[in-house]
Write a protein that binds this ligand. Structure first.
Ligand code: NAG
Ligand code: NAG
Ligand code: NAG
Ligand code: NAG
Ligand code: NAG
Length: 466
């Protein structure tokens, strides 16, 4: 600027002298900005799958604090990699990350065959490592058993409903509102009978008294196989008979153990995607719960009437949501997961006692399950698939997987205020169903529970053990 003696000249020249460098700089920035923009546009139009509804969720990132642990320092992000499950899953999550792999083809993102082969690859890569094998021997027996079978999910179907989506398909005048999918075992015949005659009746079922709603209900029981000491009774034959009579048995040829329950989700989703095209909702739960089906029907009909329903059904899941739970590290617990197997918090998940989700979400979960290694605890596994779909379960206080408070239990209408309560024996279920009908007149218009009257429990204490 020193050479510019322009100030002695006219003002206009002064302006030009001073401003031209600014103008040149501004143009330069504009140009650079345009180039960057064009690059990004060009990339995103090829790379990011636009129709695919799944989203990449980076490990450690979240929408709010209740969903997962946040590493305090960014370099701690991948430290979980030495735990067995984390190291299996990490390469797959990376593979499907549109951030890390901008140029990946859309076809690969939606090709489920390809996802399956990727799972197998990562499994053999990790388990072939010598260091892994020595660590493997240190895992508890139950986890070892899980690991040695976790790359298999194609178990044959032994019994299934006759090419239809569960019992109750007759004379339907509209697509079924709800399919009840109930986890049970061969020996729990009594539980199944209680459910069939009470809250699990199929066909047209009316909603709550005073509402004009109602819907078609279907039912299916999900089973594996068991070895019984008593060889004189052939359980498989009894189950065949039961299936012939009720048409609601879906049994696969794997051992019905706690750590194999995730297979029931994965195989159920696969069956559902094939046979249940039109079904609006799925209830998936245990055979020792009590469901207030009329209230459930009215509640779900209301969800469908919501003007936003088409959008919300994409990721609709409701239940008792457990956020940011830590894996149980007590080695005498049924839910024991050692740190050498899984590190980090669990994603938000709905308690497995009973959860309701949309049929559309069931199909999306089916697709996503091909990109997520099996995990020994079934409801946590569903949460792991959900977070990878960028979907989150909704908490509803009327799902009582932790039961009533003492005060509430004594109230006349308490069972009219809930959608589900866990841990009821078959005889209790029958009694409760009768009570529900009997108290109908007094209780027909009570509203669903919408607050938690129990004392506040800190999230850390809500481990899945309860
Ligand atoms: C987290 O988000 C969910 C849904 O977006 C919301 O219901 C929940 O209250 C949030 N939790 C916290 C702690 O903000
Ligand atoms: C799961 O089922 C398979 C097939 O029956 C069985 O071999 C395996 O031991 C079971 N896994 C666990 C953890 O019980
Ligand atoms: C279980 O944990 C306790 C202490 O936490 C330990 O003493 C014991 O050896 C463990 N048992 C097994 C089977 O690992
Ligand atoms: C599941 O994946 C298949 C392709 O493998 C695709 O045709 C289908 O639309 C997907 N379903 C959902 C609900 O995303
Ligand atoms: C239920 O109905 C009774 C009369 O039958 C009425 O007094 C009461 O206010 C109603 N309660 C609610 C919550 O609507």
């Amino acid at each position: 600027m020193a050479s510019c003696r322009c100030r002695r000249w006219r003002w206009r020249t002064v302006c030009i002298c001073l401003c031209s460098p600014c103008i040149i700089m501004a143009l330069l920035f504009l140009y650079a900005g345009l180039v960057v923009c064009m690059r990004m546009n060009a990339k995103s139009s090829v790379a990011v799958p636009t129709t695919e509804t799944t989203h990449f969720v980076a490990p450690g990132t979240l929408r709010n604090k209740s969903f997962a642990s946040i590493p305090k320092k960014f370099w701690e992000l991948h430290q979980n990699g030495d735990a067995f499950w984390n190291s299996l899953q990490l390469p797959i999550d990376h593979y499907f990350s549109p951030i890390l792999h901008l140029n990946k083809k859309k076809k690969e993102f939606s090709n489920t065959r390809f996802s399956e082969s990727l799972l197998r690859q990562s499994f053999s890569k990790v388990t072939d490592l010598e260091s892994r094998r020595t660590n493997f021997d240190k895992l508890p027996k139950q986890i070892q058993d899980f690991v040695s079978h976790m790359d298999r999910r194609d178990y044959p179907t032994l019994i299934q409903p006759d090419l239809v989506c569960g019992a109750g398909a007759k004379d339907e005048k509209e697509p079924p509102l709800l399919l009840l999918a109930i986890k049970t075992t061969e020996l729990n015949f009594e539980n199944r009978q209680a459910i069939r005659h009470t809250w699990g009746q199929t066909g047209w079922v009316a909603g709550q008294e005073g509402s004009s709603s109602g819907g078609y209900i279907r039912r299916v029981f999900l089973l594996g196989t068991e070895n019984h000491d008593n060889q004189q009774v052939k359980f498989s034959e009894l189950l065949q008979l039961e299936s012939k009579h009720y048409g609601d048995i879906l049994q696969w040829d794997f051992k019905d153990t706690f750590f194999n329950l995730t297979l029931k989700d994965v195989l159920f989703w696969s069956w559902f995607s094939r046979f249940c095209g039109q079904t609006h909702f799925v209830f998936k739960g245990d055979d020792d719960v009590f469901v207030n089906t009329p209230k459930m029907i009215t509640y779900l009909q209301d969800q469908l009437k919501n003007p936003e329903a088409e959008k919300t059904m994409n990721s609709f899941m409701i239940g008792e949501v457990i956020g940011a739970a830590t894996p149980s590290r007590l080695n005498n617990s049924k839910y024991f997961i050692p740190e050498s197997f899984y590190k980090g918090l669990y994603p938000a998940y709905a308690g497995g006692g009973g959860v309701v989700y949309s049929g559309l979400l069931a199909k999306r979960l089916h697709n996503m399950s091909k990109r997520v290694h099996l995990f020994p605890i079934d409801d946590v596994y569903v949460g792991m698939c959900m977070v990878r779909l960028n979907a989150f379960p909704i908490h509803h206080y009327a799902f009582l997987t932790f039961d009533f408070s003492e005060k509430e239990a004594k109230e006349l209408c308490s069972y009219h205020t809930i959608l589900l309560v866990h841990k009821r024996s078959p005889s209790q279920v029958i009694q409760l169903w009768a009570d529900l009908k009997e108290t109908q007149a007094q209780c027909w218009n009570v509203t669903l529970k919408d607050t938690d009257e129990k004392e506040e429990v800190k999230p850390e204490e809500l481990s899945p053990e309860i």
